[in-house]
Design a protein around this ligand. Structure first.
Ligand code: CA
Length: 300
């Protein structure tokens, strides 16, 4: 009887152990499948840049059925429509399809490289820090208004990085940061930090934000409660640090608003020139009329 109980217990233990092992194996397998899938999605994201032809991803939407019409890959080009396949508020941009996603890019990289950095433009938040003192300095990003609305700053990096820390260089009225998100390879936005800005109350500060659950990403977004921190809350640079302590700096940036002049748009320039010509023609006509009147008087 004694022995029977023991072997029953042993058997039960074995069964439990095997079940546990199977369970762990299944979990490992699921993790591996997930990691493989993510790897493929990051490869697809790279493919969607069309060998670096495009940069600054604005949106990523899942439209699996378009594979029938566009195949696995399609460099569709510029599209200005703001709704498609049930998605609204889409930005104007360069569309690339890598099944099952459409990627909407803001820039052709070659054009972006030629454009000079505008004073206070979001592009001032790319690269390494270059604003070494506190103040309203044009080598940092500034929003359109000092306190008019909540703001955000989105930053793109050349390669996906395991984001362990986010370093935000705040050069004027620090303290407005409230949360940071990162975009996963499937386009979903995940919160990676939330809290009180460590640089609040300082003249200038580097806010080092620790990410509790590090994840791979090539694009992050900072949220700023600008109305609650008086004055322009300017940001000079945003670095992301990986597990090996390697820092990456943004290659492109987009913001909710900017104090910078709008980018020169050729069409707008043409419109302005036409208006100027119209005005000159009107002035010339008036001058001719006056001259004619003068000649008329002389003849009399
Ligand atoms: Ca503010």
């Amino acid at each position: 009887m004694q022995r029977a109980t023991t072997s029953a217990l042993t058997a039960a233990g074995l069964v439990a152990g095997v079940a546990l092992l199977l369970g762990l194996n299944a979990a490992d397998q699921a993790d591996k499948t997930k990691a493989d899938e993510e790897k493929k999605q990051f490869a697809d994201l790279k493919k969607a840049t069309v060998d670096g032809k495009y940069q600054m991803l604005l949106r990523q939407i899942k439209v699996p059925d378009d594979k029938d019409s566009y195949g696995d890959f399609n460099d569709y080009g510029l599209f200005g429509g703001n709704s498609y396949a049930g998605f609204d508020d889409l930005p104007k941009g360069y569309w690339v399809y890598v099944a099952p996603y459409w990627y909407i890019w803001r820039d052709q990289s070659a054009d972006a490289a030629q454009r000079p950095k505008r004073a206070w433009g979001p592009e001032q938040a790319t690269g390494k820090p270059d604003t070494d003192m506190a103040g309203d300095i044009q080598t940092a990003w500034a929003s359109a208004t000092p306190d008019g609305q909540e703001e955000w700053l989105m930053l793109e990096y050349a390669e996906p990085v395991l984001v362990k820390e986010v370093h935000v260089y705040e050069t004027y009225n620090p303290g407005a940061l409230t949360r940071v998100t990162a975009f996963k390879a499937d386009g979903s936005e995940v919160e990676i930090w939330k809290g009180k800005d460590p640089s609040a109350g300082k003249d200038i500060g580097i806010s080092v934000l620790e990410v509790k659950k590090p994840l791979y990403s090539a694009r992050i977004k900072l949220y700023l409660d600008s109305p609650n921190v008086p004055g322009w809350n300017e940001i000079d640079a945003v670095g992301i640090k990986d597990g090996q302590g390697k820092m990456s700096w943004a290659v492109a940036a987009e913001a909710s608003s900017t104090f910078a002049q709008p980018q020169q748009v050729p069409e707008r320039d043409a419109e302005r020139r036409i208006r100027q010509l119209e005005r000159e023609v009107r002035d010339l006509k008036a001058q001719i009329k006056r001259l004619e009147d003068m000649l008329d008087k002389k003849d009399k």
